[in-house]
Design a protein around this ligand. Sequence first.
Ligand code: HEC
Ligand code: HEC
Length: 505
Amino acid sequence: MSEHTSPSLLQQIWNGLPKFITTLVGIVLVILLVLAWPLLTRNTPKYSNIDEHFKYASIGGASNMGIPYWIWRVMPVMFPEYLPTDTYKVPGEGVTQIGFMQEPDHDLPIGFAHDTYLGLDVVTNNCAFCHMGSVRESAKAHSHIIPTMPSNVVNLEAYFFFITRIANDPRFNAREMMPYIEKDLKQQGAKLNPLESLLYRYIAIPQTRALLSVQAERLKFLDDQPLYGPGRVDTFTPYKSRAFNFIVEDLPKKETQGSASDFPSIWNQGPRRGMNLHWDGNNASVAERNKSAALALVSPTNIDLDSITRTADWLLDLPAPKYPYIIDTELAAQGEPIFEQNCASCHAFGRQKVGQVTPIEEIGTDSGRLDSYTTEFASNQYTLFAGITYKGEDQRFTHFRKTNGYANHPLDGLWLRAPYLHNGSVPTLRDLLEKPENRPRNFYRGNDVFDQEKLGFVSDVAAAEGRSFFKYDTSEPGNGNGGHLYGTDLKPAEKTALVEYLKSL
Ligand code: HEC
Ligand code: HEC
């Protein structure tokens, strides 16, 4: 009788193993692929409307500055104490309290963009972060948001303080942050898939903290500078420390203490081609001015040149917004020859000196911003974009130069560009026509209610409608309101006529 020879259990497993493993591996791969699919195929949103593109599209920077969306959302909920609202405050939630503007049909404020990094939805910033403002006819009226005007209500420095102080808080860890994220997801009716959850827990949260800690280290000099207040930023000191590892404490004080400047308007770039602009006239190339500003947020290796080029092309012919309130045309007509005689040579398109630099000894305005730009820094800038070409063109910076004064800018859309001068030290045009000793020594920034008489934003109100404004002190380093004496000797009636004319620019 032959024994029934069924294979032993061990043998069965052995025989079946390769198939079992391949099946198992196959199943695991399918599950992983299903989980990873949304991450692998996640697209950065594109906007067909150019206005929306400007306000919400990414300009790159996801790999060095992107904050994963759900972390970004809970930051102000988890760490509200780091949103500095003691010197300036707008009613609202999260970062709208420091002036960022939220439109109803968007989940991010203007200037914030969805991008993608490692398959995750991350938040980056774009040109509208700094070049977007608002204006109201009266305290009771609604604010009109105006893209490309100088940012007047956003306290950018408060945002820098916020993100860098968070980085040093021990509660910034997955154990404490995940419950906030889960609660927010639930409220939003959203879900992270298991793989995304793991990525958040083990990569995104610790990585974001590390990234913000690096920024905190590079930006620690902010604590030693006078506060910028809304509508201003230091153009070059962050650049020096973040892009080129300059040790800011080792730089001469006059280079770093008074360097905050006002945001400029960026419309109508076409006629500005070839002009020496930036406040000190350090660059004659529109393309380089566009890219240089973006470097606050992106690096030469992750800049999205398609996105920026689309904005840049639009800016070329974008007209300055027209003055929407009443102009006394008769009075303005009296102002025109006064402008021609006293101002046009430096400020009107097509005139000889527009886009040139007036030496500091002549213009006599605060020298802080001028001193912050140095030859040593310029030579470092020349290394930027080396070896990077776009549409056949070498992107390397070649136009930066050290100047000895401030640029004569065209004055288009002047009504929206208050407070005036490179440091925003003179609240209204009427005040600019006074001798420095009669210009306001202290005034308030951040109000978007328009002052139709003096031309500028209301600047003598400390608080209104739940908002409290930033007190600007002209005696702080970099804040001086002296110089630019043109027109200060005119008779009061001539000044009134000139201001009326300036409304039409
Ligand atoms: C972090 C804030 C910030 C961001 C983001 C930013 N800018 Fe600017 N931009 C500035 C500041 C500040 C200046 C003034 C620089 C100076 O002269 O000190 C400026 C100057 C400019 C100028 C020159 C204006 C003139 O007439 O002198 C242009 C053009 C410009 N930016 C375009 C852009 C574009 C396009 C983007 C997006 C790709 C952008 N900026 C992003 C802050 C920013
Ligand atoms: C010799 C050239 C010159 C003349 C003439 C001149 N300006 Fe200026 N203007 C400048 C320079 C340079 C600046 C930049 C100074 C600074 O920001 O520190 C400036 C800045 C300004 C600004 C600030 C612009 C802004 O965006 O903040 C206004 C407004 C202005 N000038 C108006 C006038 C008026 C009005 C007159 C005539 C009464 C006049 N200027 C005459 C050279 C001139």
